[in-house]
Ligand binder design. Structure first.
Ligand code: HMG
Ligand code: MG
Length: 299
């Protein structure tokens, strides 16, 4: 029987996942303006940037500048990705209050993305978790390739469940399940979630679906039916991981909101304002919004 939630938390990942894959330089001021526009939409979590190696992700090498320039609204979290202790130290210096560590259910992807095996990555996170806890910083965890890997193809749900459990046991308050290159379909998404929820409670599970093959909304619907209620999405459908062959945008926040609101599910997010933020960043990137709603331009 369907168990739809009455409310969904949206984790807006556009400024991080959305922009990390862009090759052309985006000015820090543009990123800051995007933030300020997103903060005005009623979102409660907006992923800010990544304190990763600037050689690996040059686009986000201004993480410190972005962080110190945004107006942080009370009640809104601005997490940042951190791959190691060096990243945490950088984040703490600018007052980051929440971070996200990230690993994968695919060895090949993890090696290409963070130059570590899955086991090595978990070991690398241990001192990061201790230092974060000492500093009073909350930590979210990401598992990539939960519905397939661009290098290895099929990924075992057992591996997804075990990596998710490891992140929870490390002390992550929430684990986000990434369909990094949008390989999932609704049945696979449901089976994966059914297995993972045996290890991590639904209240602590986020869904982070890319829309590469146009399946993201359908996959989300299948998981919402099971009671999932935390969704990562990106304004204007921006996004992709430079270390995942063929990765394209995250599911667009505008389209997710349209579906949820139409189903009577609350998000607390103002869709009109979000559409405006999507128009702003798409114009800055000199392209049409990738969201379906943004293309029509109205509700
Ligand atoms: P490495 O080369 O093995 O690192 O990279 P290292 O420790 O050997 O250091 C090499 C150099 O990097 C050194 O500099 C370090 O100082 C520097 P050098 O001596 O050569 O001048 N370095 C750093 N500099 C600044 N900040 C740091 C940092 N760490 C090292 N934190 C590393 C390992 C993890 C650093 C690298 O692989 C990396 O930064 N990877 C990040 C890749 C990334 O950000 N990918 C995208 C995010 S994940 C994603 O998009 C998926 C997700 O959305 C979910 C989904 O969709 O599935 C989350
Ligand atoms: Mg992603």
């Amino acid at each position: 029987m369907a168990n739809f939630p009455s409310k969904v938390k949206i984790v807006e990942v556009g400024p991080r996942d959305g922009l990390q894959n862009e090759n052309a330089r985006i000015w820090t001021a543009t990123k800051v303006e995007l933030f300020d526009r997103l903060s005005a939409c009623g979102l409660t979590t907006i992923e800010a940037s990544s304190f990763v190696s600037p050689k690996w992700i040059p686009q986000l090498s201004d993480a410190e500048d972005v962080y110190t320039s945004i107006t942080r609204k009370p009640g809104v979290s601005y997490p940042a990705l951190v791959p190691n202790l060096q990243g945490l130290e950088r984040a703490l210096k600018v007052g980051v209050e929440e971070i996200a560590v990230f690993t994968a259910a695919s060895e090949t992807f993890n090696q290409r993305n963070i130059n570590a095996s899955i086991k090595e990555s978990i070991e690398r996170f241990e001192p990061v978790m201790s230092a974060a806890s000492e500093a009073g910083v909350r930590v979210r965890g990401y598992v990539s390739c939960v519905l397939g890997c661009p290098y290895e193809g099929k990924v075992s749900v057992e591996t997804v469940a075990s990596v998710a459990r490891d992140l929870l046991q490390l002390g992550c308050y929430e684990v986000s399940l990434g369909d990094t290159v949008g390989m999932g379909t609704p049945g696979a998404a449901r089976s994966m979630l059914e297995r993972v929820v045996k290890e991590v409670p639904m209240d602590q599970l986020g869904l982070h679906f890319h829309d590469t093959r146009g399946q993201a909304l359908a996959n989300l619907y299948a998981c919402l039916e099971m009671g999932a209620h935390i969704i990562d999405s990106a304004v204007a459908g921006l996004g992709g991981c430079p270390y995942a062959n063929g990765a394209t945008g995250n599911v667009a926040t505008e389209d997710v909101l349209y579906m949820l609101h139409g189903m009577g599910i609350e998000t607390g997010v103002d869709l009109e304002r979000l559409l405006e933020a999507g128009r702003f960043i798409s114009a800055a990137l000199n392209r049409a919004p990738a969201s379906k709603l943004g293309r029509i331009g109205k509700l």
